[in-house]
Write a protein that binds this ligand. Structure first.
Ligand code: ACO
Length: 326
């Protein structure tokens, strides 16, 4: 079987920084509460008119450069997002045009914060099957655009950003060694944007009832996340014939420091082996794992031969993990 790995990676976050102190001015909250309960200190927020495809394109350009692969070589573009520029065309098609990736097929996937994990599995399957040689997988979000800035339960959590990876064939024994994906639709109500789709099309009523924003049952999502992060990581490790003791770094979805800490504890990993950047970006949904991975690599923390476990969870409910030998 072919070995598939990440040939290059890149990320981009908007320039505008919004601190917890800034949020104190518009919400009944405090820097202390937010840091203590979530670990978040600041987040990046896109400008008006700055869309998900803009962030995705910038991250993709960096990933292509890093991989030494040209846009024309890309066979397919997969964008994981729940904040597309519009319902259609897909963000992937907008990125295809921006990059002039003329040969590439393009589509979006919806797996919320697990989107990048789903994209990695799909992308590597295309290469393993021989269908395609070079795949661009992007996780990109502007959650600020679907955040209710009057709701302190959610507004403190989210940020905007994008991360991209170019996948291709690698030497045997290197690259993606094992994966796990899952979903539990019974938990769909815990995290959703209720309106704007076919169930409740946009109307004056859906707008006045705030139904185009993220609605979340934070406590239930928290419990689900703590349980599933460890489970899916262990399954992916088993599929790679490895155990938690073999892991050099855990690269978790950045939703809450306390969720990350309990996942690390379940895997018996000290926090030195966990990449955390939630303090700077908040929860960027599908973008958080590739941004953390990119920072881990560019900072020199991640080295050749390291065993990485990428792990995420999110709305759907969904979850997934991927074990990579770097
Ligand atoms: N500032 C101050 N107080 C607040 C704030 C705030 N921003 N938000 C809530 N509170 C209050 C609550 O009103 C509550 O007060 P009460 O006891 O008087 O009712 C109190 O703080 C405790 O609230 P809890 O909800 O119990 O706080 P908790 O410790 O559970 O933290 C949080 C809430 C941070 C949302 C947590 O539940 C969490 O992180 N959940 C997971 C969320 C998540 O990961 N979602 C994204 C999934 S990824 C995706 O797919 C997009």
């Amino acid at each position: 079987e072919k070995s598939v790995g990440i040939l290059g990676i890149g990320s981009y976050v908007p320039e505008k920084i919004v601190t917890n102190k800034d949020l104190e001015k518009i919400l009944d909250t405090s820097d202390e509460w937010i840091v203590d309960r979530t670990g978040i200190r600041e987040r990046r927020i896109a400008e008006a008119g700055e869309a998900t495809s803009d962030l995705a394109t910038k991250a993709a350009e960096k990933a292509l450069l890093d991989a030494g692969v040209s846009a024309e070589e890309i066979d397919i573009i997969i964008v994981a997002t729940v904040t597309p520029d519009m319902l259609f065309p897909s963000v992937a098609c907008l990125v295809q045009n921006n990059l002039k990736a003329i040969k590439a097929a393009a589509f979006d996937i919806t797996a919320v914060c697990t989107g990048f994990m789903y994209g990695l599995v799909m992308g590597s399957a295309f290469i393993k099957s021989g269908t395609y040689k070079k795949v661009l997988v992007i996780g990109a979000e502007t959650l600020s655009k679907i955040t209710d800035w009057t709701d302190r339960n959610t507004a403190i959590l989210f940020g905007d950003g994008a991360g991209a990876a170019v996948l291709g064939e690698t030497s045997p024994g290197v690259g993606i060694l094992g994966v796990d994906l899952g979903a539990d639709g019974t938990g769909g109500d815990l995290l959703k944007v209720p309106a704007g789709g076919s169930k409740q099309p946009a109307s004056a009523e859906t707008i006045s009832n705030n139904l185009h924003f993220i609605h979340m049952n934070g406590n239930e999502v928290f419990k689900f996340a703590v349980k599933v992060m460890g489970e899916t990581a262990i399954k992916a490790l088993e599929n790679a014939n490895l155990s938690p003791a073999d892991v050099t770094y855990l690269v978790p979805h950045q939703a809450n420091t306390r969720i990350i800490q309990s996942a690390a504890k379940r895997l018996a990993l000290p926090m030195e082996k966990v990449l955390v950047n939630i303090d700077k970006y908040g929860n960027t949904s599908a973008a958080s794992i590739p941004i953390a991975l990119d920072e881990g690599i560019k900072s020199g923390r991640i080295k050749n031969g390291d065993i990485l476990v990428l792990v995420g969870f999110g709305g759907g409910l969904t979850w997934g993990a991927s074990v990579i030998k770097w």
